[in-house]
Design a protein around this ligand. Sequence first.
Ligand SMILES: *Cc1c(COP(=O)(O)O)cnc(C)c1O
Length: 360
Amino acid sequence: MTSLSDLPLRANLVGKQPYGAPQDPVPVSLNVNENTHPIPEGVVADIAESLAQAVHGVNRYPDREFTELREALAGYLGHGLTVEQLWAANGSNEVLQQILQAFGGPGRSLLSFTPTYSMYPLLASGTDTEWIAVARPADYALTPELVVGALREHRPDIAILCGPNNPTGTPLDREVILAAYEAFDGILIVDEAYHEFDAQRESAVALLPGRHRLLVSRTMSKAFAFAGVRLGYLAADPAVIDALRLVRLPYHLSALTQAAATAAIRHSDEMLATVADIRDQRDRLAAALVQLGYEVHPSGANFLLVGGFDDPAAVFESLRAQGILIRNLGIEGHLRITAGTESETTAVIEAIAALTPTAR
Ligand SMILES: *Cc1c(COP(=O)(O)O)cnc(C)c1O
């Protein structure tokens, strides 16, 4: 039988593990930060109608510039953004990959502050970009001093600030973004995958004017309840968008993806109607776990990083056996839990409460 080690794999991929959160068909799936609420029926019908229309045209390639979708995204983001400042791809993971293809690569580097999104180092190795991990402090919060020090020391070609940060939930302050931008002359990405859950905070999109090296990435996978469609997007200077056109595959967004996403944005209020409830469930989960004696890190997202588990792997497996999937990211003593619907949140609280006398 052939194994990976028999193949002439690129040296920088040897020994790497693929991204692989479990996809068990369990009743309570709270491990990949999806919006667990279904899309409202009326919206489903309108999206289906748009898809049906689009199918009539699939003998032709789709609009390579996906202009209608970019117009919709510009309208959704506001801040006076124009179509030329918008880009999209199959998930923000693909957007990030395109950024690394254009601005990273052999001899170049990507810096971020760990623990952070596990895809960043994988995207770096996939594009042969050096990965520089700088540790966050004990409370995971970034400060201008920490970020400026790291950027001046390492001078990366690209830096990513994730806010709110996955997997810690930590919000990202505007002062940190501004200080980072001034501290080096590379590409600064702010990954706002969870921004809609932190609605009190102004988006980094507001900082774009006059900052051509600032890139703000977003996704429809989380608050928008659209993970299955694969649509991530970016707001940046039009010159940055031109750079991404050099590396994107022709017609990378299918006619069906464009139709579904454009239709969903027409219904953004209904699509986002569950966000307030998810935040309430997150806060209820946090209060219950603190009551049980766990350490809950402040979160601006739809998930919590929870510390105080003597044996996180055992807790993870015990919940999995009960049909509840959460996330073990290998952070000592910690597990990450997505806030779901009221009944899902109750299920995870009850399961952890039942384990607590023995697990702690
Ligand atoms: C989930 C997530 C993404 C988005 O992924 P998609 O490819 O858009 O589904 C991006 N960044 C972070 C930090 C995430 O947690």
